[in-house]
Design a protein around this ligand. Structure first.
Ligand SMILES: [Zn+2]
Length: 260
């Protein structure tokens, strides 16, 4: 199994070697580690160097926060350039939704900034890991088409059915989180996504409810997501796992881990 979206740099670093051992013993073959800003991009790359066979790095600016200063963005573009070989994606990027009212910038500013990030992804032929939910999903989709972004992953998507259809028809990927185990909305979404475009993720360390309540979020949750999807699709768990791993490899083409 591969966690298609996790904020590894937010976990306690000194605990990681033992934790990663445990995750690997449980059958987790790798993770896509996303970043939230410039310092976080550096930390993700460091983790990638420490665990090169397990951590696949993505660098970006999370949209639910103030926009970075220009100097940080330019330094980040140079980082992408110099570390290109160590990257599997640009992300997490997207448009703010939950914090938009509280943020000191308008959606147009974020749209403009996202457009520049997508430009970097296209220039380096990297897929993008997207935070684009509810009515922002369609805005981001339109921008992807405009920028001719070839490969995109809409992480933890929540969007109207017609927008999900557009995303799927364009060949982009969609992931579900542990919420799919206990929330009808996510189960409905999972069934709307063709099996070949579905990914699983934890978005760790984000906390969950249901059977995951009061438990620290780790890639150990992936097994339950896989089992839930196997039930939803009426498939055997092993076959479901193979398909999900294959999809993650297709989306994040530069992952080097084995196909199991
Ligand atoms: Zn995230």
């Amino acid at each position: 199994m591969i966690d298609a979206h996790i904020h590894l740099e937010q976990y306690e670093v000194r605990m990681l070697p033992a934790q990663i051992d445990k995750w690997q013993e449980a059958g987790v073959k790798g993770i896509i580690a996303v970043s939230n800003d410039l310092p976080s991009s550096y930390r993700t790359l460091e983790l990638r160097d420490t665990f090169p066979n397990f951590v696949h790095a993505a660098v970006g600016f999370h949209p639910e926060q103030p926009l970075p200063v220009e100097q940080d963005f330019l330094e980040w573009t140079r980082l992408v350039q110099s570390e290109r070989k160590k990257l599997v994606a640009i992300g997490e990027i997207g448009l703010p939704h939950y914090n938009l009212e509280k943020l000191p910038y308008s959606i147009e500013h974020y749209w403009e900034f996202l457009s520049r990030c997508l430009q970097v992804a296209v220039q380096h032929q990297l897929p993008v890991a997207l935070h684009a939910v509810h009515d922002k999903a369609e805005m981001v989709f339109d921008l992807l088409k405009q920028k001719q972004v070839a490969t995109a992953h809409f992480h933890w998507l929540k969007a109207p059915e017609n927008v999900v259809k557009k995303i799927v028809d364009a060949g982009y990927y969609i992931s579900v989180t542990p919420e799919v185990c206990y929330r009808t909305r996510d189960q409905k979404l999972a069934k709307q996504v063709p099996l070949s475009q579905l990914l699983i993720e934890t978005d760790g360390p984000w906390p969950y409810e249901g059977e995951f309540k009061n438990q620290p979020t780790t890639p150990l949750f992936l097994e339950k997501i896989r089992n839930q999807l196997a039930t939803l699709y009426g498939m055997n768990e092993h076959k479901m796992q193979e398909q999900l791993v294959l999809n993650t490899h297709r989306c994040y083409q530069e992952i080097k881990s084995t196909l199991t």
